[in-house]
Design a protein around this ligand. Structure first.
Ligand code: BTN
Length: 264
């Protein structure tokens, strides 16, 4: 299938946000909404445009993993053109995770938390993951694609067998289906709120909110970076959003990226 297939609809002003989600490209099926977003950007697309698809054939996760994307889930990419220094780019990833987690906690009787940097968990099961892809030239961010996957009205039984013990969905946790449009409206407003905070350089507010939602700090974690493993206590995140690990020998290491697993 071609990523820019003709089978899509464009909607405007469906949500009450200022700019995020003002324009929506809605597909029935794509390979990956992030790949569609990357192609659309060539057409000088508006800041805040979102791409949503009912299903993805080749959903992509972090660290080259695939992302199973059955009907009922929220598979979405948001195109942003932030005016932000390169060393603060990780904040966009943090605010996406905060916004997913807060939207869940404020609208349902659920207590989600964030595993560094931005996986959202409920009852130790992954509900949502975020794949951020950016285009950088001359040390400045041209555009950024926030690819957000949320197991919403799909059931974990729609996922691969090996994921069924480590993942869940809002529907499975709640016992009923959610109103996706209403959820998206709340989520996009939350993201826009944090995006404005970020644009005002209020980095501490974002770090504090992230810290109030995370399940990672204080835990022993294993970070995989390709063939390398780093094990230690997740001590803090620094003011670039990187994870600080305290190793057994008392040394501190700063982790910009990697696959984080909580050991206790
Ligand atoms: C992760 O590995 O946790 C990140 C998963 C990101 C999945 C989303 S679904 C929408 C967008 N399109 C993709 O192909 N991936 C992201």
């Amino acid at each position: 299938m071609n990523n820019l297939n003709d089978d899509f609809k464009v909607y405007s002003n469906r949500f009450d946000t200022q700019f995020i989600g003002k324009t929506i490209y809605y597909y029935k099926v794509v390979n990956s909404t992030n790949t569609v977003a990357k192609n659309l950007i060539k057409n000088n697309i508006d800041d805040g445009t979102i791409i949503i698809s009912k299903t993805q054939n080749k959903g992509r996760g972090r660290n080259n993993h695939s992302w199973i994307s059955p009907k009922g889930g929220i598979w979405m990419s948001i195109i942003l053109k932030p005016n932000i220094p390169l060393d603060k780019i990780q904040y966009l990833t943090l605010i996406a995770g905060i916004s997913v987690s807060k939207t869940i906690n404020e609208n349902f009787n659920l207590n989600s938390s964030i595993k560094w940097p931005n996986d959202v968990y409920i009852n130790d099961k992954k509900i949502s993951g975020i794949l951020t892809e950016s285009h950088i030239t001359n040390k400045s961010v041209n555009y950024l694609i926030l690819g957000i996957g949320i197991n919403a009205n799909n059931s974990k039984t729609d996922l691969d067998l090996d994921l069924q013990t480590s993942a869940s969905s809002l529907r499975d946790e709640l016992g009923y289906k959610i109103d996706i449009t209403n959820f998206l409206n709340k989520f996009l407003n939350k993201l826009e709120y944090y995006y404005n905070i970020l644009s005002n350089d209020e980095f501490n507010k974002i770090l504090n909110d992230w810290k109030s939602l995370t399940n990672t700090l204080g835990k022993i974690v294993e970070i995989k970076q390709g063939p390398n493993k780093i094990i230690g206590e997740a001590y803090d995140i620094d003011d670039n959003g990187s994870l600080i690990i305290k190793e057994d020998d008392g040394n501190f290491r700063t982790i910009i990226a990697g696959n984080c697993t909580i050991k206790n």
